[in-house]
Design a protein. Structure first.
Length: 470
């Protein structure tokens, strides 16, 4: 940071601060700050939320879900009042309008950082979150000033979780943290590990590590097995498609408890020796060896696992999967795509739709492979996957917005490195379409939840009878 001389700052910070803190100094030593570093500080989860809003509202025009994210965020921050303490805003429209006016200044290089300082306490800002998120997004510098009389804020994820900021917002915003931090790792505490969360945080604190984000996930036994496979996917002992990953499911049988839950803790720590000490300590307490805890080794693993863990649609998907021939056959079919050269670079640009998202659960086999994608990406994707069909126009017939589906984290689930149309959207489409096969899928889905049936045979038999009748 570039240190400057002491200067009169009262006319350069929010005057409302002097009402809140009458002892606030009128002079200070300003410094130039890098706003992007502040965006990923866990004490100001609101900065990353606003940054995420900016990123996606500007990526495509006329998206509705970024506004929903911002609205939910401001609702949580103001406890539903949508009012600013200094009286400058009294509703959501005020927030959006003021944000847009400020954004235009940053876009046009009209914002003067020398006229608007950001107040700091203990190296974290106490005001100016909109300015910081905009400066980070538009790669601008700002000026901060430390003021001792201020109170250090802690607007972390727990703060917003307690204020009912919706889970999809918290998860998706923290996913951006994961993508931007190469040293992010995940501590997975298996359901069978009898260890209190407070004990885990205390063990981490002994190594100078704090929890950046945590989540508790309820999985059924088969879902836990599937996740264990993903957790150790690069290990040979988990098995292969020829034995339905026997090693992974054997591990899952020893680490699963019907009454327990999977607990995950994201931490910023990439030193192998420190992570090994944490694992050893937890395993000694739990006394069940490797079946108590696992910490992944690389950032690439963190990203792949985070896409599953930080998406409730993905959790719902694996909890609805059936352990049958159809599931394993479809699972192997998707792995074929995962091994296609150059596909990983394009995996965010399309979503599998049609019957494949449902076939992945093991309900029945898919007959073809369909996707939706941004129109400008279709030619490139077809070059990589020549046998797929694009269903953009077909989905539009049922009032689905293609770009919303592609970008809104609530609209898809993530598995094996790909996005699939969420099961909720699959059933939404079928309720609108109301074809014979849709009624059949509904029936098979409801029945198979209670009675394991050869759904492929029933499906093909029923469709043949329907064809003959007609």
């Amino acid at each position: 940071m570039e240190i400057m001389i002491s200067t009169y700052i009262k006319n350069k910070v929010n005057p409302y601060l002097y009402q809140l803190f009458p002892q606030l100094a009128e002079n200070g030593v300003p410094f130039e700050l890098d706003p992007l570093k502040l965006v990923w500080d866990s004490r100001r989860f609101d900065l990353a939320t606003k940054y995420t809003y900016l990123k996606y509202k500007n990526k495509y025009s006329n998206l509705s879900w970024p506004k929903a994210l911002y609205q939910n965020h401001i609702h949580a921050f103001t406890e539903g009042s949508f009012t600013e303490g200094d009286g400058s805003k009294s509703n959501l429209s005020d927030y959006i309008k003021n944000f847009e006016i400020l954004e235009e200044k940053f876009k046009s290089n009209l914002f003067d950082k020398e006229k608007s300082y950001i107040p700091f306490k203990n190296n974290i800002n106490t005001d100016g979150s909109h300015r910081i998120s905009l400066a980070a997004y538009y790669h601008k510098k700002l000026v901060g000033v430390p003021l001792a009389a201020l109170k250090e804020p802690n607007y972390n994820y727990v703060y917003f979780r307690e204020r009912k900021q919706e889970n999809w917002v918290n998860d998706f915003v923290f996913l951006q943290h994961v993508l931007h931090n190469q040293n992010m790792r995940i501590i997975h505490v298996h359901p069978k590990a009898k260890l209190k969360t407070q004990q885990i945080t205390e063990i981490l604190a002994q190594h100078g590590i704090r929890v950046e984000y945590d989540k508790t996930i309820k999985l059924n036994k088969f879902a836990h097995g599937l996740y264990v496979r993903e957790l150790y996917k690069n290990e040979s002992w988990i098995g292969s498609s020829t034995n339905n990953y026997e090693g992974a499911f054997n591990h899952a049988a020893h680490s699963y408890s019907y009454f327990g839950k999977l607990r995950i803790f994201f931490v910023k720590e990439d030193r192998p020796d420190v992570l090994r000490k944490i694992k050893t300590t937890i395993r000694e307490i739990c006394n069940i060896g490797n079946y108590s805890v696992h910490i992944n080794d690389t950032h690439n693993e963190t990203v792949a696992l985070a896409h599953i863990l930080l998406n409730d649609n993905s959790i719902s998907f694996i909890n609805e999967c059936h352990n049958n021939i159809t599931f394993w056959k479809t699972d192997k079919f998707v792995k074929y795509f995962a091994n296609t050269p150059n596909i990983t670079e394009k995996s965010d640009d399309f979503i599998f739709v049609g019957s494949l998202p449902l076939a992945m659960t093991g309900l029945r086999e898919n007959r073809d492979t369909d996707i939706i994608c941004a129109s400008e990406q279709l030619t490139t994707i077809k070059e990589i996957l020549p046998d797929i069909d694009c269903h953009n126009q077909y989905m539009k017939q049922f009032n689905f917005n293609i770009i919303e589906l592609l970008t809104d984290p609530r609209q898809s689930y993530y598995w094996q490195g790909f996005k699939f149309l969420s099961l909720q959207n699959v059933w939404k489409l079928k309720r609108q379409r109301k074809e014979f096969k849709d009624y059949l899928d509904f029936t098979l889905s409801k029945t198979s939840s209670y009675i394991p049936l050869p759904t492929n045979k029933i499906y093909h038999l029923a469709t043949r009878l329907k064809f003959k009748i007609s």
